[in-house]
Design a protein around this ligand. Structure first.
Ligand code: ADP
Length: 270
């Protein structure tokens, strides 16, 4: 090839390379912007409970001769510090899920165990609102992945269903095998989600009109965690909701392919 044809062949390659580098830089900038946003959001979200605890501590000091007021302020301090703990735990969890190796040492995870643990975690809150928690569907389904992550995801969905439901309603957790996937659905008869908000609820720190459910003290991180857990496991999460009637969140995860051994227990991935 003459020098000219070589240059002619290299030129488009070169411009593609430049384009790739530009795209890379743009991506890097976007990632950096998302990170900066996250840090700004985290700082802002942490300031609220820390500020509240400070104000309440001052109020306790000033109300020293009013035992009833002291008790009231102290109890609110407890609530705020619990909220702070949850927030910090969820931020750590989310940053781990966004790291390089979110699924460190995957194991066979029993969905029966996951659902039982999630229901267990919400039993007290459900009881306080006389909400009936019902489980139904297929048993002995297994997913290959992280027990902690899948438990956190399902627990978040069940806790939300209870938090955003009225007294005396019902929350159903159903587990079904569908083709080569497991579908865990959490169905509530709660306040529902306005159609215009539904695309945003999986965003970090996004809460639908916090004023309508201030008492739940949520962080806005739960569904973001659920979404990341689904993604790291090659699954998905979907929501269907009618405002004022209720919501159904369905977490879909790939079933662990397994050969049944003698005692009917899955013998691991193949
Ligand atoms: P939060 O800690 O606020 O519950 P999430 O990320 O878990 O944060 O949920 C985001 C928002 O989506 C909630 O603040 C709430 O407005 C809405 N939401 C989540 N689950 C439900 C549900 N089951 N019913 C009604 N609204 C819900």
């Amino acid at each position: 090839a003459t020098a000219r044809t070589v240059i002619a062949r290299v030129a488009p390659l070169g411009s593609r390379l430049v384009l790739a580098l530009v795209e890379d830089r743009t991506r890097e900038k976007r990632v950096e912007a998302v990170r900066r946003d996250f840090v700004a959001n985290v700082s802002h979200e942490l300031k609220t409970p820390v500020g509240a605890i400070r104000l309440l501590a001052e109020a306790v000091t000033e109300a020293a001769d009013d035992p009833e007021a002291v008790e009231r302020f102290a109890s609110r301090m407890l609530t705020e510090s619990d909220r702070l703990t949850t927030l910090v735990q969820q931020i750590i969890e989310l940053s781990r899920l966004q790291g390089d190796d979110p699924l460190e040492a995957p194991v066979s995870v029993s969905l029966d165990d996951v659902v039982a643990a999630a229901v267990d975690t919400s039993t007290i809150d459900a009881g306080a609102k006389r909400i009936t928690l019902v489980t139904t569907g297929d048993h002995e389904l297994h997913v290959f992945g992280s027990l902690d992550q899948i438990s956190a995801a399902v627990s978040n969905l069940v806790a939300n269903a209870v938090a955003y439901s009225d007294e005396g309603s019902r929350v159903l957790v159903s587990t079904k095998a569908l083709g080569d996937t497991a579908q865990i659905s959490v169905v509530d008869q709660g306040i529902g989600i306005p159609a215009r908000e539904i695309d945003r609820i999986f965003e970090r720190f996004y809460r639908v009109d916090p004023a309508r459910h201030r008492s739940t003290g949520g962080t806005g991180l739960g569904l973001s965690i659920v979404k990341h857990v689904a993604a790291t496991h090659g699954g998905d999460v979907n929501v269907w909701s009618v405002e004022g009637q209720g919501s159904t969140f369905t977490l879909t995860l790939p079933l662990q392919p397994h050969a049944l051994d003698g005692d009917g227990e899955p013998s691991g991935p193949v």
